[in-house]
Design a protein around this ligand. Sequence first.
Ligand code: SF4
Length: 184
Amino acid sequence: MNYSGIKTHDVANGNGVRVSLFVSGCTHHCKGCFNSETWDFNYGNEFTKDQEDEIIKAMEPSYIKGFSLLGGEPFEPSNQKALLPLLRRIKETYPEKNVWCYSGYLLDKELLGESRARCEETDEMLSYIDILVDGEFVAELKDLNLRFRGSSNQRIIDVRESLKSGKIVIIDEFMKGLNKVKTQ
Ligand code: SF4
């Protein structure tokens, strides 16, 4: 897997100060995508153990609230294979910090149902994600007033509660429900 960048103090892609990883490769090709250079799976540099160590170290300070995973598309099957060991390690090292992930795939229809994204790693990968912002970017629904998402069709989902209850549990963008989100 290739990646295009790591941010060690990101305040735009989840609650609080976070470490973020932008992976390469996306097959959605949304019109108006803010990051179209990352559609190419070969864009950027190879993600190795060095970057994994860098992320773990950057997450150490107590003011870092968690880790955010963006793209490109983290749930392309080849990316899931590479990301699973990283997510396992983050959750083992920092069980109290949360993990956010951005995906163009819909949780209920595509990640849990049949789709080109669904593979052997998907269920375990979802088990390490606390908040999923799902749905493709829709240029006609773009709204600069939205927090943590680009277009109003995208949903901020409490993954654990959704899996437990069997229905999609949405958190509003002002994070009223966020304090209740349990990390594992
Ligand atoms: S899913 Fe995200 S990265 Fe992929 S095309 Fe859509 S907006 Fe761009």
